[in-house]
Design a binder for this molecule. Structure first.
Ligand SMILES: NC(=O)C1=CN([C@@H]2O[C@H](COP(=O)(O)OP(=O)(O)OC[C@H]3O[C@@H](n4cnc5c(N)ncnc54)[C@H](OP(=O)(O)O)[C@@H]3O)[C@@H](O)[C@H]2O)C=CC1
Ligand SMILES: Nc1nc(=O)c2c([nH]1)NC[C@@H]1CN(c3ccc(C(=O)N[C@@H](CCC(=O)O)C(=O)O)cc3)C=[N+]21
Ligand SMILES: [Mg+2]
Length: 292
């Protein structure tokens, strides 16, 4: 078994980004600027925001964070989105999901200017992605593609099984790996909570992408020998022995499944690391006007 080392890869990519920032500055331009809007205190979002701000600092990007209390009105959030759309000093921004229940996520997502949608969540970017047109790819799927490319993992003709059909991870991942070219040309099965005989599908997978949000859901009897495991899950589980009282784990039973896998991503230190750098890569493309 070999580890797909997201931490090391992210470090390499951050060094490349830092170099590009220096080149922009040498050409008299300002550093790329990424903004994030966080409403309330979703734990996965807090991890993400913290790492995003830290990564921006490491590569020399400007970053800003708009923190709003959980009881902020939808109207107020939409106003913040409009201001960011209009702000020429901001190249790209994201609104952290999930939003509190009283806020309509669809309405907020539709309000984001697709040219600044470095999350790739707006249907204009999603549609462009599905048709292989220039776009911002959603950060988690983009990070997984980057990992596949840099480790030169073959995808052509492979059986890929994706667990989870969210519009930010599972669904775009299934589309991207079925597109023409590399990394693509795979045969993809998309599974979800209504899938019958889930293990019948997962056992056929050459590459298994798990994005369901259930701690250690994928067990060794659900995979075949030699499988490539891409574990997207970021779950908090109780760990009284630790000072903070919890630890992070993925959707895959890492220790047990690693025995059968040819390659596997750890959690933390895997996909999450690449998600953050993909967001920075999208922001750099926005700053350079490469997409729109
Ligand atoms: N590493 C990273 O960068 C990121 C990590 N995450 C993490 O990834 C995980 C998934 O998040 P997200 O994509 O937002 O997913 P969602 O929570 O939006 O959706 C979960 C999906 O899993 C499916 N599902 C739930 N239970 C089962 C089951 N027993 N069997 C099969 N499918 C099931 C659901 O099916 P149905 O549609 O039928 O309800 C749904 O499609 C979370 O742990 C999240 O924190 C998320 C984003 C980025
Ligand atoms: N609009 C929006 N876009 C998102 O992409 C989005 C979101 N909302 N809401 C929340 C989820 C979750 N998510 C994570 C990304 C990286 C880590 C990450 O950095 N993980 C580190 C954690 C290390 C640690 O700090 O312990 C790792 O896996 O190594 C975690 C979680 C993005 N999401
Ligand atoms: Mg990870």
């Amino acid at each position: 078994m070999q580890i797909l080392d997201g931490r090391a890869l992210a470090k390499t990519i951050r060094a490349e980004l830092a170099e590009e920032v220096q080149q922009l500055k040498a050409a008299g331009k300002r550093a790329p600027h990424l903004a994030a809007v966080l409403v309330g205190e979703d734990p996965a979002s807090q991890v993400y925001v913290r790492n995003k701000v830290r990564s921006c600092e490491k590569v020399g990007f400007e970053s800003s964070l708009v923190r709003l209390p959980a009881d902020t009105s939808e109207e107020e959030v939409l106003k913040v989105v409009h201001n960011l759309n209009e702000d020429d000093a901001v190249d790209g921004f994201i609104v952290q999901l999930p939003l509190p229940g009283h806020i309509n996520e669809v309405r907020v997502t539709l309000a984001i200017d697709p040219r600044k949608d470095v999350d790739g969540f707006h249907p204009v970017n999603f549609g462009r992605m599905a048709q292989s047109m220039p776009c911002y790819l959603p950060a988690t799927p983009a990070g997984i593609l980057e990992m596949i490319r840099r480790y030169e993992l073959p995808t052509e003709g492979k059986e890929v099984v994706v667990l989870g059909r969210s519009s930010i991870v599972g669904t775009p991942m299934s589309i991207l790996l079925s597109r023409k070219g590399y990394p693509g040309n795979a045969t993809v099965t998309l599974c979800h909570s209504r899938t019958r005989d889930l293990a019948e599908h997962t056992r056929r997978a050459d590459i298994l992408v798990a994005a369901i949000g259930i701690p250690e859901f994928v067990k060794p009897d659900m995979v075949k020998e030699g499988v490539v495991i891409i574990d997207v899950g970021i779950n908090r589980v109780e760990a009284p022995e630790l000072e903070k009282g919890y630890r992070l784990c993925g959707d895959v039973d890492y220790e047990a499944v690693a025995e059968k896998a040819s390659w596997i991503t750890p959690v933390p230190g895997g996909v999450g690391q690449l998600t953050v750098v993909s967001l920075l890569m999208n922001t750099l493309r926005a700053a350079k006007g490469e997409v729109y």
